[in-house]
Design a protein around this ligand. Sequence first.
Ligand code: ADP
Ligand code: MG
Length: 747
Amino acid sequence: MEPLAEETKIGSQSEASSDIPTPADDKIQEDRKLLPIYEKKQDILKAICENLFVIVTGETGSGKTTQIPQYVVDDMRREDILAPLPEKSAKKYPFKCNDAYDSRMDRREVRAVVTQPRRVAAIQMAKRVAIESGCRLGGHVGYTIRFEDNSNPDTGIKYVTDGILVRECLMDPNLENYDVVILDEAHERSLFTDILFSLVKQAVIRRKGALRLVVTSATLQTKLFSEFFFNCPIIEASGRCYPVDVMYIDSHPEKRILNSVKAAIRIHINEPIGDILVFLTGFDECDKACKMCHEELMKLHESGKEMAPMLIMPLYGSMNTKQQNQIFQKTPEGSRKIVFCTNIAETSLTVDGIAYVIDCGLVKQKVHNPETGMETLMVVPISQVQAQQRTGRAGRTMEGKCLRLYKHKDFEKKMPKQTVPEILRTNLCSTVLTLLNLGIKNVIQFEFIETPGKESLLFALKQLFLLKAVDKDAQLTDLGREMNRFPLEPSYAKLILASNFYKCQDDMVTLVSILSTENIWIPVAARDETRFNKLEDIRKGFSVENSDHLTLVNVYQSWKDTRYSESFLRKNFLLFRAMKQARKIREQLLEISDRIHYKNVEKYFESALGLSDDGPTEKRFRRCMTEGFYMNAARHIKAQKEGTYLTAHDKIIVKVDRWSVFDMFSNYPDWLLYTELAGTMTGNKGIMRLATDIKVKWIEKKIPMLEKVDMERLEYAGDPPLHAGTKRTKIIMEKIETLIDQKKKEN
Ligand code: ADP
Ligand code: MG
């Protein structure tokens, strides 16, 4: 295979502009050759030429994310991909693959798309690769994440979040824009990456050889992947790993911040130079730890202790760009860097120069309980694989040490061997709606790499049925089709559609935008009494008595009235980053709603059609909320403690949040509706984060819907042989299964 020689290099360098630091170029190119993956470059390129599916594994930091796309785009040409596969490889596939139907040669350069489970990783990787290939970000190298596109149609290497590629599949199921798809960080098994395994596999099959898939993973658990892709080849890039000394310290999980700071300072005082990486569970913990660490060091300094200088910084997903760039700067000679990070540094982002890792052994994870419908962010133990990944961060460039803030016994007994894939633990409502929009008739039979189980899929179908996005036979409705145009959870998409008929669109789009960003309020600890009381007063000042949702709208509107003044935000404890993001999202949601065919969905909102728009918008808004969330209606239990409610549907006891306007003014209406429930998974009690006062007459017609869901019909619909006479078919199926079981026992 000749075409991979140096002279065939076609990477477009044309966009290199003068503001790119050229002197560093040679150094950068030399460094690239030192990465472990470089030794496998030719193997990887050859494998991609000769196979439709290839898996590449290698330790974090070996160069998978930054290098493979450049190898592919710079050193391959489209003819390499369109050329027939070697006979022995083509034979492996149970379909025709030597017939690249779109062999149009409108361009010769290869275009690659690389998925990342995290937004920050997509941005950072694109930035890094733009520097390495000496071009402007958004040109030859670019990225696209939800609500932000920094690429153009000719972008050769495009980093995207996996969610974005799923959405691109909707527009273009064959992914005709690309020649190579790289599903990165496959070991993370994020929900969308899991779905993409299947969607991209189908696209590769349909394009009969004109599209290649590369799956990259940091761990060696690749058998499952290889089997799913017709036993495709696995290429291992050997990481140069130095030994890491692992030590266990018994520490209470609640004291993880304090204990990790103490441990870090001990290292700083007693151990040779080398940077420290500390794994905590959330951005708030990282910020807190930074502050605490700073204070402790100041105390030591004041007591006259001599120490090397220490740079303290956090690393988490929602940091601003300047902070993020700092992380990658080399630590100045003679000083030490300490980074307090979330799970993001486990495998997505590599911080160089780490010699010490402190691992709290926990991670924040979204967990969904299909029985209660509760989705909660919970702090849970990491898996053993994750513990090893974290440890490995210490041994990349030198011998390292890892302090685990838990007992060895807990590592063995309390930590699951492997991480549970997201698809097995989250709400699949939005995913199922997307699959239906992709033309998949029976999602229960979709070829998942690991099936989430009937129960979760049925739960999602039921939610969609209640929203009228699917009909009784689990088939997509016109409403479901329009809902899917928004990159939002189905309920929120429905709110925006409904608001057009309830004549409150402006406010509803504002609400959904705010709910699509992070918490807008700057966090203030209760022990910081003065600031805490001030925040409380501010929040009271903005409140709209009968709705937390309208309160948020009011905050936004007040900001808008100041022409988006920054000092307004500062004065009112509002997070600039979040508000700016909300404003950007708002514009995009308005753009999408301009393209909606409202006539197609009018029939779903009959009750709103007669409404006049003279009355108060506030009432129409609250009524509109029931369109997306009537299943979250809850009735006040007067006999119980104030602020206790019972949900109409699942009969769960729920309570009003302490920051809710209802708690703030001790005003507890007969009926509330909530959009988000937090709480414990075990106890049947949840906290209604945001609630709105509603009238029972707005929902009483809908409530019976909740009782009338024919689960059996949802389950078997779209499944051709079982479609008719579902009940009978089910009985027959059960009989067959019992017979099979009996036969098995007899043998
Ligand atoms: P992998 O995907 O195998 O984990 P990467 O391709 O992300 O590896 O990283 C390869 C190397 O590039 C690492 O040594 C990492 O430190 C370096 N690197 C990645 N991003 C940046 C950045 N923004 N600035 C400086 N170095 C970076
Ligand atoms: Mg990577």
